[in-house]
Design a protein around this ligand. Structure first.
Ligand code: UDP
Length: 341
């Protein structure tokens, strides 16, 4: 069997860490990326970890003909589709960009994957499909989905539906949607990590950039939510654990004799508040972080974390790394970027 795996968005944050884990597991990942939201320097970082160059197909995932012609030439055993835009706020300002890149991109790669051969396919979905969980904070795959309020969230909701409809049209296809919770951290080598473009919206890059002196203060959005300490609660998962889940997802699909569309939560099963993350960062890295409380961020979910029983039962996967590991690795990565400046 061919060991080639096509990874769209393989130069991005989760994509690059998945390239490392696929290589470690004996696969030959191929990056499909046009670097619109990533930097070619990630290739050097990957070479440093893996010890060889990773094959690159430079191009746009919406270019179906490019993917089809590649798949006709090369035997590919799996496709993992990361390439998409992911900033919630930006998606509200530029909805068409999100519908074009995220929906058109998904349709394009699915067309190529399902028409050429029956290639196992893994989709990056998100816990955003649950919206604000009603009553329970722990969500399982059976928890009702809610139409997300942001165009970004809706592209993930719709993406799962597109895959489900495709499966109904051809039940031999092997498909999986992974609902990520909040990925944080970086590879422990500090050779790859998250490279936010502009001012970060996500918590961890804002924390590390504040610690590095780029921002004066972290603003903690909301202090009087009905949670353990008044700040919002999320399920933060180390990006390397998340990358390992993709290898398990691919291996599961490769073993299937008949078709499926599995939907699986990928989190730790544990919620942490914003303040708990800040305090973990301070303690592990032995530094004080400048922060203040600020008004609630509109649209924020108050508290959500994953029920991960299905991931364990189906994939034999569970997260191994802690919040402490993640904040240590995130800070190492931030320091390595600043050292290069
Ligand atoms: N957050 C914060 N300050 C920031 C960025 C984020 O207090 O500068 C909070 C945010 O309000 C939320 C949590 O951190 O409660 C996680 O936010 P993020 O944007 O990383 O993830 P998401 O809200 O999409 O789960």
């Amino acid at each position: 069997m061919s060991k080639k795996v096509l990874v769209t968005g393989g130069a991005g944050y989760i994509g690059s860490h998945t390239i490392v884990e696929l290589s470690k597991a004996g696969y030959k990942p191929v990056i499909l990326d046009d670097f619109r939201n990533s930097d070619e320097s990630v290739l050097k970082g990957l070479r440093g970890i893996i010890g060889r160059d990773i094959e690159l197909l430079k191009g746009d995932v919406s270019n179906t003909a490019l993917i089809q012609s590649y798949l006709r030439k090369e035997a590919v055993c799996g496709i993992i589709h990361f390439a998409a835009n992911k900033a919630v706020g930006e998606s509200v300002e530029k909805p068409l960009l999100y519908y074009q890149n995220n929906v058109e991109g998904l349709v394009s790669i699915l067309k190529a994957a399902s028409e050429e051969q029956n290639i196992p396919f893994v989709f990056s979905s998100s816990c955003t499909v649950y919206g604000e969980p009603k009553g329970q904070k722990e969500v399982s795959e059976q928890t009702a989905k809610t139409i997300p309020t942001s165009p970004y969230g809706f592209t993930k909701w719709l993406g799962e539906q597109i895959i489900e409809d495709l499966f109904h049209s051809n039940n031999q296809l092997r498909l999986m949607s992974l609902r990520y919770f909040n990925p944080i951290g970086a590879h422990e080598s500090a050779l790859i990590g998250e490279l936010p473009i502009g001012k970060p919206n996500n918590l961890l890059p804002f924390i590390t950039q504040t610690a590095a002196g780029i921002h004066e203060k972290l603003k903690i959005f909301g202090a009087d939510y009905p949670t353990v300490d008044g700040t919002c609660v999320r399920d933060y998962i180390h990006v390397v654990d998340l990358a390992e889940a993709h290898v398990k997802a691919l291996e599961f699909l490769l073993k299937q004799q008949s078709g499926c569309h599995e939907v699986v939560n990928i989190g730790t099963g544990k919620g942490s508040s914003v303040l708990e993350v800040v305090h973990a960062f301070e303690k592990v890295n032995n530094m004080a972080l400048n922060y203040e409380f600020a008004p609630n961020r509109p649209g924020d979910v108050i508290e959500i974390y994953a029920n991960v029983d299905y991931a364990e039962a189906l994939l034999g996967w569970q997260a191994k790394r802690s919040i402490n590991d993640a904040v240590r690795d995130a800070w190492r990565w931030e320091q390595s970027i600043r050292a290069k400046e």
